[in-house]
Design a protein around this ligand. Structure first.
Ligand code: GLN
Length: 486
C-alpha cells in the first residue's frame, strides 16, 4: 500500500517504528496532490514549505529520542473557516480574501502541537452556507468518486482531500451537517462533536449556537485519534464545556452487545431515496447481528427542524456577519460612495455572494422589531421541543440511527438552481445540531456507484459510545476500506 492510501493510524505506527519519516509521509501526500489536485480542486491554499518544516521538526524530535505522540508526522488538511496564523483564511468568500489571521484557532494550534503538518486550507461553501461547496467564491470542488458530482458541503474540500488521498485526515465544521454530509457523500467517517466539546476559538462564526469543529477521516479509529487531540475545555471559548474527555481510542472496544438503538421513523420516511433506505436498513441489520437491540422510535417535532434551523441559523448569521462592513473587517468598495452607509452597502454587496446575501436578509427580517417573537422566538421554542424529543428517545436508547444524507452525491449544477432541494439535503443532520448532540457518519454501502452513509447519534458527550458503535461496524464490514479510483 502507498503512503497516501494509508489511514492516520497506519501512518502513525510506521512513523513510531521509524519505518518512514514524517518528511517522507508529507512528501508522499504532496506528490499525490500534484497528481490529482487539478481534477479534484479540494484546496484554496497549499502550504508545502511550512508542512515540510513541521515534518522535519517531528523527525528531529524522534531522532532525539522523544515520543511526539501518535499523530506526530501525520498530515492534516484544514477547512478554510479556521484561522491559521499568517496563512490566508477566506471562508470561501471574496469578503475576506486578503485576511491573514494574526493567530491560530485553538483546534489548529492543538493539531500543530500534536506534530501534524498542515498541508493546506480546503475549499468550502461561502461562510459554510451550503451543502455542495458550489457556493465557494473561488472554485469548484469535485467528488473523487465521480468528478461530475459534488463532494457535499460545506466542508466539501476537506472531504474531497481525504477521499482523494491528498491528506489522511482533515478538520471541518458542522452547523447543520457540514462534516457528516460531505463525509457521507465521499465515503468517509466524520464526527460532529457535542456542542461545547471542541473549542470554537478561531472558527469564523456562522451560527454560534450550532457551530462545532470535528474530524473527517478514512475510518472511525482515525476520528478517535484526532478527537483525543481536539477535545477539551478552552478558556478562550466561553461555550466550551468543562467536561473531562475520555481516551477515545481505548473506548473502541469492538463490543456493542447489549447497546440499545432507536430508529426515528421521521428520518426514514418521505424524501429518503429508496436505494439509500435499503442500504441503511441492511446496515442496521448488521448492528443487530453484532448484538445491539434495535427498535423504532417517534420524534414528533423533528419534522419542524428545517424551518427552525433556517430561522435560527440565518438570524445568528446576520448578527455574526454584520462585522464585515469594509471598515472594521472585510472587503471595501473602491467605487465612489455618498456616505458611510453607502460604503457599508456597496462593500457588502460586492464582498458577499448571493447565498450569503439571501441569508443575511432572511435573518435580519427574522430578528426585526415586531417580528422577533413571531419568528426567532417561536423557532427557539420549537428547538426546545426538538431537544426534548431527543432527551426522551435517549432515556431508553444509547444511540439513534438514520441515513446521514437522503441521497447519494448529486451532479454538479443539478441542485444549484433549486434552493429547497439543496436544503433538503440536510433533513437528517440538522436536528442533531439543534439538539446540540454528537453524531457520526460511517460509510455503509453503495447506491448508483456512490457511497451511502449511516448516521449514529448519541447522548451529549457520548462521542465515545457512538464511535464505539461505528468502529465495531467497521470491524465487521469493509465499506470504509473502499477508495475512490482517480
Ligand atoms: N447546509 C447547511 C447550511 O447551508 C449546513 C451547513 C453547515 O453545517 N455549515 O446551512
Amino acid at each position: 500500500m502507498k503512503l497516501h492510501e494509508m489511514t492516520a493510524d497506519e501512518l502513525g505506527e510506521r512513523l513510531a517504528s521509524g519505518e518512514v519519516s514524517a518528511v517522507e509521509v508529507t512528501e508522499a501526500h504532496f506528490a499525490r496532490i500534484d497528481e490529482v489536485e487539478e481534477s479534484v480542486g479540494a484546496f484554496l491554499t497549499l502550504t508545502r514549505d511550512s508542512a515540510l518544516e513541521q515534518a522535519r521538526q517531528v523527525d528531529d524530535r524522534r531522532g532525539g529520542g522523544e515520543d511526539p505522540g501518535p499523530l506526530a508526522g501525520v498530515p492534516i488538511a484544514i477547512k478554510d473557516v479556521l484561522c491559521t496564523r499568517g496563512i490566508p483564511t477566506t471562508c470561501g468568500s471574496k469578503m475576506i480574501e486578503s485576511f491573514r489571521p494574526p493567530y491560530d484557532a485553538t483546534t489548529v494550534r492543538l493539531c500543530r502541537d500534536a506534530g501534524m503538518p498542515m498541508v493546506g486550507k480546503t475549499n468550502m461553501d461561502e461562510f459554510a452556507m451550503g451543502s455542495s461547496t458550489e457556493n465557494s467564491a473561488f472554485k469548484v470542488t469535485r467528488n473523487p468518486w465521480d468528478l461530475d458530482r459534488v463532494p457535499g458541503g460545506s466542508s466539501g474540500g476537506s472531504a474531497a482531500a481525504v477521499a482523494a488521498g491528498e491528506a489522511p485526515v482533515a478538520l471541518g465544521s458542522d452547523t447543520g451537517g457540514s462534516i457528516r454530509q460531505p463525509a457521507s457523500l465521499c465515503g468517509l467517517s466524520g464526527l460532529k462533536p457535542t456542542y461545547g466539546r471542541v473549542s470554537r476559538y478561531g472558527l469564523v462564526a456562522y451560527a454560534s449556537s450550532l457551530d462545532q469543529v470535528g474530524p473527517l477521516a478514512k475510518n472511525v479509529r482515525d476520528c478517535a485519534l484526532v478527537m483525543n487531540v481536539l477535545a477539551g475545555r478552552d478558556h478562550r471559548d466561553a461555550t466550551s464545556a468543562d467536561v473531562e474527555a475520555p481516551d477515545y481510542v481505548t473506548a473502541l472496544t469492538g463490543d456493542v452487545s447489549g447497546l440499545r438503538a432507536g430508529v426515528p421513523g421521521e428520518l426514514m420516511g418521505e424524501g429518503i431515496d429508496p436505494a439509500v433506505k435499503t442500504t441503511i436498513e441492511a446496515a442496521i441489520g448488521e448492528l443487530e447481528e453484532l448484538g445491539m437491540a434495535v427498535e423504532q422510535v417517534t420524534m414528533p417535532h423533528v419534522d419542524f427542524s428545517l424551518p427552525v434551523y433556517y430561522l435560527i441559523a440565518t438570524a445568528e448569521a446576520a448578527s455574526n456577519l454584520a462585522r464585515f462592513d469594509g471598515v472594521r473587517y472585510g472587503h471595501r468598495t473602491e467605487e465612489p460612495v455618498d456616505d458611510v452607509y453607502d460604503l457599508f452597502a456597496q462593500s457588502r454587496a460586492e464582498g458577499f455572494g448571493p447565498e450569503v446575501r439571501l441569508r443575511i436578509m432572511l435573518g435580519t427580517y427574522a430578528l426585526s422589531a415586531g417580528y422577533y417573537e413571531a419568528y426567532y422566538g417561536q423557532a427557539q421554542k420549537v428547538r426546545t421541543l426538538i431537544k426534548q424529543d431527543f432527551d426522551a428517545a435517549f432515556e431508553d436508547h444509547d444511540v439513534l440511527l438514520s441515513p446521514t444524507s437522503p441521497t447519494v452525491a448529486f451532479g454538479i449544477g443539478e441542485k444549484a438552481d433549486d434552493p429547497l432541494q439543496m436544503k433538503l439535503a440536510d433533513i437528517c443532520t440538522i436536528p442533531v445540531n439543534l439538539a446540540g448532540i454528537p453524531a457520526l457518519n460511517v460509510p455503509c454501502g453503495m447506491a448508483d456507484g456512490m457511497p451511502v452513509g449511516l448516521q449514529i447519534m448519541g447522548r451529549p458527550f457520548a462521542e465515545d459510545t457512538i464511535m464505539r458503535v461505528g468502529d465495531a461496524y467497521q470491524r465487521a464490514t469493509d465499506w470504509h476500506t473502499r477508495r475512490a479510483e482517480l
